[in-house]
Design a protein around this ligand. Structure first.
Ligand code: PLP
Length: 452
């Protein structure tokens, strides 16, 4: 091992003394002890005591090519030797980032032209907020400052991105949202659909955007920002027709349509980008995570030609820069990651083989389960919804504890899944095979049974 081996309790004590972990009660975690992960290979992780876990969450929706791919490691090592750091400030650039951009725009097609690289998905959304406002300034419509997100959306943890997200508990820390950001309904039929069909409800949720635009005045609204499917909010898939209605509204009122593809991008749904699965055309796209399979931090904001060329031709100085924007190491790893996705046909495989296999396995395991009311998903991403009464879609009042219990039992059984918003969610690495899917779903079933 790279670091001298220490006893798990020793690591945990030191971890508890120094770290504030994300999204947990620190005191409770400290008494339990954080799990110390030491190694990953393919779809598996090992902890410091040698226990093996099948990673049903790709880390945090990142490791699309799985852990430990030699091609990414070699690319990182070569790039570090050749040019360990330089930046895209002022008047310089470098080959790795140029090659990466060419590849990204060849995947996106001719409608897209420009990119600003970041280190994370949160930053990609920060850049989005500034870029939208800059774009409307130079287009002579400086009043279009408002960005509209969705209730229960997630776009990151920084001030702007957490404002754009629509989770109340995120807003509580730091007095958010910042001005000129507001939220509309989420297309969560199971919880909010009442007696409506999913399609009628989806249309109603989309129309909440139109209502908000009319209430504010279209001359004040610059952009609508949403995840093609809500990830951290519970892997919620909108009903058919929802995105078409959203696109119609954005076009009608001259509002930029922005897709946060931080989770959905790079094959997760069986398409290179999730907006293709849902059949809409965004103007701006946020990426991160699967871009490098999480091996090194990298994100970005991709711009349509309409926005990118306006910024170049009419925008003058673009007053934004991050020291690590387009970092050579990250760019080289991203390129190697795209190579692996292509060489191993992982996107097509997710669409035609492993994706359908996973979706079928989940439905076979849970469609008749007394605790499970709905199974949603496509490709290598899915959610199972807990329900107290399947006929009326009544939810458990303590569903957060129930799903947390299932997730914890899953962990004990050696399968990593997440519990969020009353739903158990999975998004395994795209390299997962049929036997591993059986293992993952089998352990999930055992975990849910233990909760019943
Ligand atoms: N956008 C979406 C849709 C996400 O799911 C996330 C993280 O989970 C982010 C943005 C934030 O990305 P990061 O954690 O890299 O800042």
């Amino acid at each position: 091992p790279h670091f001298p081996h220490r006893a798990t309790g020793d690591y945990q004590q030191s971890d508890a003394a120094h770290h504030l972990h994300a999204f947990v009660d620190q005191k409770a975690l400290n008494s339990e002890g954080a799990r110390v992960m030491v190694r990953g290979e393919g779809v598996y992780l090992w902890d410091n005591d040698g226990n093996r876990y099948i990673d049903g969450m790709s880390g945090l929706w990142c490791t699309n090519v799985g852990y430990g791919r030699q091609e990414l490691i070699d690319a990182a090592s070569r790039q570090m030797k050749e040019l360990s750091y330089y930046n895209m400030f002022f008047h310089t650039t470098h080959p790795a980032v140029i090659e990466l951009s060419e590849r990204l725009f060849s995947l996106l097609g001719d409608r897209f032209s420009h990119v600003v690289y970041t280190n994370s998905g949160s930053e990609a959304n920060e850049v989005l907020i500034r870029t939208v406002r800059r774009y409307w300034d130079i287009m002579g419509k400086p009043g279009k400052k408002v960005l509209i997100g969705r209730i229960n959306g997630y776009h990151g943890s920084t001030v702007g991105s957490a404002s754009l997200g629509g989770m109340a508990f995120m807003h509580e820390m730091g007095d958010l949202p910042i001005p000129n950001i507001t939220h509309v309904d989420e297309p969560y039929w199971y919880a909010n659909g009442g007696d409506l069909t999913p399609e009628a409800f989806g249309k109603r949720a989309a129309l909440s955007l139109e209502r908000k635009i009319l209430e504010l005045g279209a001359d004040r609204v610059g952009a609508f920002v949403a995840e093609p499917f809500q990830g951290a909010g519970g892997m919620i898939f909108p009903p058919d027709g929802y995105w078409q209605e959203i696109q119609r509204i954005c076009r009608q009122y001259d509002v930029l349509l922005c897709a946060d593809e931080v989770i959905g991008g790079f094959g997760r749904t069986g398409e290179w980008f999730a907006h293709r699965h849902f059949g809409f055309e965004p103007d701006l796209i946020c990426i991160a995570k699967g871009l490098t399979s999480g091996y090194v931090p990298m994100g970005g904001l991709l711009m349509s030609r309409q926005v990118g060329e306006a910024l170049v031709e009419r925008g003058g100085v673009y007053a934004h820069g991050l020291t690590y924007s387009g970092h050579p190491l990250a760019a080289a790893v991203a390129l190697a990651n795209l190579d692996v996705l292509e060489k191993d046909h992982l996107v097509e495989r997710t669409k035609n083989d492993t994706g359908p296999y996973l979706q079928r396995a989940l439905r076979e395991a849970f469609a008749d389960h007394p605790l499970i009311g709905e199974i949603q998903g496509v490709g290598a991403v899915a959610a199972i919804q807990f329900a107290k009464n399947k006929a009326t879609r009544e939810r458990f009042s303590d569903e957060a504890e129930l799903t947390w219990h299932s997730r914890t039992v899953g962990f004990e059984l050696g399968a990593i899944v997440r519990s969020t918003n009353g739903r158990l969610i999975v998004a395994p690495p795209l390299v997962i095979d049929h036997a591993q899917i059986d293992e993952l779903v089998g352990k999930m079933r055992q975990a849910v049974d233990a909760t019943a």
